[in-house]
Design a protein around this ligand. Structure first.
Ligand code: FDA
Length: 452
């Protein structure tokens, strides 16, 4: 068992933990990072599957994600725009397939209702403090009604409700709309600047990073060198008011502070001695991960472009509710990516792999034609089966949890601090938020060390 003495021990080498570790190093503090996996990056993972380079986890960057954009710049990385020329596809509940550009091709009355709901959400978000949703004058009221039921109060137009709901339920929190509150939905929208930003895929999925978004954690880890220890899941944290000892298979690390930079659903995977305070134990049990499968299909050519299609498709009633052209810069082939969320993902995961693949390729074929049935590479990113993540994209509160526990989310327990995108305000559930929280957590520790 190797023993290490350090100022700060960071548990988790995702974007958040590595940002915190780099910030602390720049402040002159010594750091040691323990990572459970045999790679860094956590939910950022750019891998080669059967010869195709795929973004298995997070990949897109939007213009408001200024912390991530600054980091990309600082690390000397380049970005490029997602392919989005041409018309998109919409599949209605009836199964009718339509091409469109601009508003969804639904009844004009439904289009008007969708816009009215977007405007209503934008107004609510405009007066929303993303740093303290629990302090909203109507926090308790907004946290006791589900997103589904609130939408049902706003309009009788079922299709309009479905279209608006999907942007937060299937598209972001990846949970059914009856399982989280209006307050949680408002935090999601406010963290992206507005609800309009969330429904604008041109804005939200604007840029990609050359070489993949995992370049960010890879380059951050390279700066830390031997301070990062792979294959070392933290099993135990012994702590008192002034110090902390973290134990993994091969290491015992003694430090003044610890940063637990893992998603909150994994806190209980670590033994804390003494146990964490009651409020903390309760809080953690009200946060849970969503579920989404990211489906990749690579073809000899981006054949959809030949008929003027952008590769963007929506089908709120389809198993694969959204799809995009995900061809990487410089690739001669064409890649489609699609997403299957929450209960639809449960149903897919219950199938055997062959049947699941056949069903999901049928979805791509419904959107883009029968050529989609024959990819040269096919892959499903199933993060729920990953021991060190267990879901996707991120964690959020159940009904009532945000107003009840939100204020305590990032409060340190003695020398133990918490850092991950799941606890962010701006950039909540995104890499931008992981970086922001990493920087803020490190700054708080550095200030404490300076005696401020
Ligand atoms: P993250 O989970 O990345 O890192 C935590 C690290 O802790 C992991 O490396 C894990 O192995 C490690 N760990 C866990 N337990 C441990 C233990 N006991 N001891 C030691 N180490 C331990 N975001 C975005 O901005 N744009 C996008 O397009 C997308 N798309 C997207 C798609 C998919 C499929 C996913 C899964 C996620 C996204 N995201 C995204 C979200 C984004 O990837 C995510 O918010 C951040 O990468 C989270 O970074 P963190 O460092 O907070 O956690």
């Amino acid at each position: 068992m190797q023993e290490i003495e350090t100022d700060v021990v960071v548990i988790g080498a995702g974007a958040s933990g590595l940002t915190a570790a780099n910030t602390l190093m720049a402040e002159g503090l010594s750091v040691t990072v323990l990572e459970a996996r045999d790679r860094v990056g956590g939910r950022l993972w750019t891998d080669i599957i059967d010869g195709a380079t795929l973004e298995l986890g997070g990949q897109w960057v939007s213009p408001d994600q200024t912390a991530l954009l600054a980091m990309i710049d600082e690390l000397g990385l380049d970005t490029y725009s997602r392919y989005r020329e041409g018309e998109s596809i919409y599949v209605a509940e009836s199964g009718t397939v339509s091409r469109f550009d601009g508003d969804f091709p639904v009844e004009v009355s439904t289009q008007k209702e969708v816009q009215r709901l977007i405007d209503t959400m934008d107004e609510l978000v405009a007066g929303f403090d993303v740093q303290a949703p629990w302090a909203h004058p109507k926090a308790s009221e907004f946290d006791s009604i589900s997103w589904r039921d609130w939408l049902a109060e706003q309009t009788d137009d079922r299709e309009a409700r479905t279209l608006v709901s999907i942007f937060i339920a299937d598209g972001m929190l990846t949970k059914p709309a009856h399982t989280f509150s209006l307050l949680q939905a408002l935090l999601m929208a406010a963290s992206a600047g507005s609800f309009s930003n969330l429904v604008d895929e041109g804005f939200l999925l604007d840029k990609r990073v050359v070489g993949g978004l995992q370049q960010v954690p890879l380059r951050l880890a390279a700066r830390l060198g031997e301070r990062v220890h792979l294959g070392q899941p933290a099993q135990k944290i012994r702590w008192d008011e002034n110090s902390v000892t973290v134990v993994s298979d091969a290491l015992t690390v003694r430090a003044r502070h610890a940063i637990v930079a893992v998603p909150p659903n994994l806190y209980a995977r670590i033994n804390f001695e003494p146990a964490l305070p009651a409020l903390r134990q309760q809080l953690q049990q009200h946060l849970s991960f969503g579920l989404v499968i990211k489906v990749h299909a690579v073809y000899e050519t981006p054949f959809w472009r030949e008929t003027g299609l952008s590769g963007t498709a929506f089908g709120p009633h389809m198993t694969l509710h959204e799809a995009y052209d995900n061809t990487s810069l410089g690739s001669t082939g064409g890649t489609l990516v699609g997403f299957v969320s929450d209960a639809k993902a449960d149903a897919m995961l219950a199938l055997n792999p062959q049947d699941r693949r056949a069903h999901l390729l049928e979805c791509f074929a419904t959107y883009f034609g029968s050529q989609a049935l024959n990819p040269i590479v096919y892959f499903e990113s199933d993060w729920a089966s990953e021991e060190w993540t267990r879901g996707a994209y991120a964690a959020s509160f159940d009904l009532g949890g945000l107003s009840r526990y939100g204020a305590a989310l990032r409060t340190p327990v003695g020398p133990i601090h918490w850092s991950t995108s799941d606890l962010a305000a701006e950039g909540f559930q995104h890499v931008d938020g992981a970086i922001r929280v990493g920087k803020e957590t490190a700054a708080a520790i550095a200030a404490q060390q300076r005696g401020e």
